[in-house]
Design a protein around this ligand. Structure first.
Ligand SMILES: [Zn+2]
Length: 405
């Protein structure tokens, strides 16, 4: 009896130890996975934006990336396309995905996350290997750039007369090399690789705005990110970014109106903002949002978004502002993101300088808020609830209140 009991006890203890060992293994494995993931994320390049320009000699596509990247080039026919796979990279949810270049050398560029590690860039172009030149450069708004030139690539860019040297090729796995000639001095902003600047993109002088205290009477444009055919990012259970951004925007509209602000909405239903609707290019759609803020002489512009990543781990709130813009934009980004962090209890990812279209092409303090990560299950659930929507709107409101003082 006693022996049996002791044996039972022994078995129980052994069972407990096995359980404990299992737990330890589980935790150390997931910790190791988290570490590997963090490492992988840190090693990946984020493609923040795509810019295009063209002149009589060539069409140029510049991708702003956070790291130097490795590319693999191939071609497709019907219609003729050049495919550039960027390895170890992911696209910012706010980067433009389709841009019309409208040049004889390259018609359009499209970006897509091909797999968790690869961003595929497809350029509609008839240019053969002799009429293409791909290379990477340090600098630019995010630290690195991948430049894709199509046309008479042996010529320097529009009077700049700089030969960037031979970079990249079309023979399989290639790392675009740094230019063989030294980079030109970076003391002025008019870097030749960003030429030609179109006349309408000449930067305006930065003028810090002055405001009377208080929200009452202020003109505030709220931009619910995405909409219509552009769903934005999609969460693990299928919640769309465009639906959450609209819900937060409508709640914020109500709260700001109660405070006496004049609120302008870029959209108040599930629709594209451009009059061209689903036929609009990314740039036309984003410009339509800026036009609404600019034409209404808005005091501030708030673009509401949900962040996303190729894995479910990242979480938290980020406030973006245009790096070459006003100090007021930076302050607005800080106050609004801090307001959201304290109201929603999300992690604080801080404020970041960016080149996003809507904050760059608006004439007033402007921010793009990544409220939380829709790719994170917990945050998707949080923002898909009435309480989450209310808290997000409260957080933004508190930030705006602090901004106007
Ligand atoms: Zn977005």
């Amino acid at each position: 009896m006693y022996f049996l009991k002791a044996k039972g006890l022994y078995l129980q203890v052994a069972g407990l130890m096995l359980l404990l060992a299992g737990f330890l293994m589980f935790f150390s494995t997931s910790e190791a996975q988290a570490a590997t993931f963090a490492q992988r994320m840190a090693n990946m390049a984020e493609i923040k934006d795509v810019r295009v320009s063209s002149d009589k000699d060539k069409a140029r596509i510049v991708l702003d990336t956070t790291k130097d990247v490795t590319i693999k080039t191939s071609v497709l026919s019907n219609p003729p396309r050049v495919v550039v796979d960027v390895q170890g990279a992911w696209i910012s949810p706010e980067a433009k995905k389709t841009v019309n270049i409208g040049s004889q050398f390259a018609k359009t560029v499209r970006l897509a996350q091909f797999d968790p590690n690869t961003v595929r860039i497809v350029v509609e172009s008839t240019m053969n290997a002799n009429n293409r030149k791909f290379f990477s450069l340090a600098g630019g708004p995010t630290g690195h750039r991948l430049v894709l030139d199509f046309g008479n690539v042996s010529k320097g860019s529009s009077g700049a007369g700089i030969d960037f040297g031979k970079g990249g090729s079309d023979t399989g796995n290639t790392k675009p090399t740094e230019p063989t000639t030294p980079e030109p001095p970076t003391t002025n902003d008019n870097k030749p690789e960003e030429e030609p600047e179109k006349p309408e993109t000449v930067e305006k002088p930065v003028v810090e705005p002055e405001f009377t205290p208080g929200i009452s009477g202020k003109i505030i444009t709220i931009d619910a990110g995405h909409g219509g055919c552009d769903v934005g990012a999609i969460g693990p259970t299928g919640v769309t970014e465009k639906s959450i951004t609209l819900r937060i925007a409508l709640e914020l509209q109500k709260k700001l109106t109660e405070e006496g602000a004049k609120v302008i909405m870029t959209r108040n239903k599930d629709i594209e903002v451009s009059a061209k609707r689903e036929r609009a290019t990314d740039v036309e759609e984003l410009q339509a949002r800026c036009d609404i803020a600019n034409k209404n002489n808005s005091d501030i512009f708030i673009s509401i978004h949900m962040d996303s990543f190729t894995s479910s781990s990242p979480s938290g709130t980020t406030g973006y502002f245009y790096g070459k813009g006003t100090k007021a934009s930076r302050r607005l980004a800080q106050y609004v993101s801090e307001g959201v962090v304290s109201s929603l209890s999300t992690g604080n990812r801080g404020t970041k300088s960016c080149n996003f279209y809507v904050v760059k092409h608006t004439d007033m303090p402007a921010i793009l808020l990544e409220t939380a990560f829709i790719s994170n299950e917990r945050e998707e659930r949080l923002l898909n609830s009435e309480a989450g929507i209310r808290k997000a709107a409260d957080g933004i409101l508190n930030g705006i209140k602090k901004f106007f003082g």
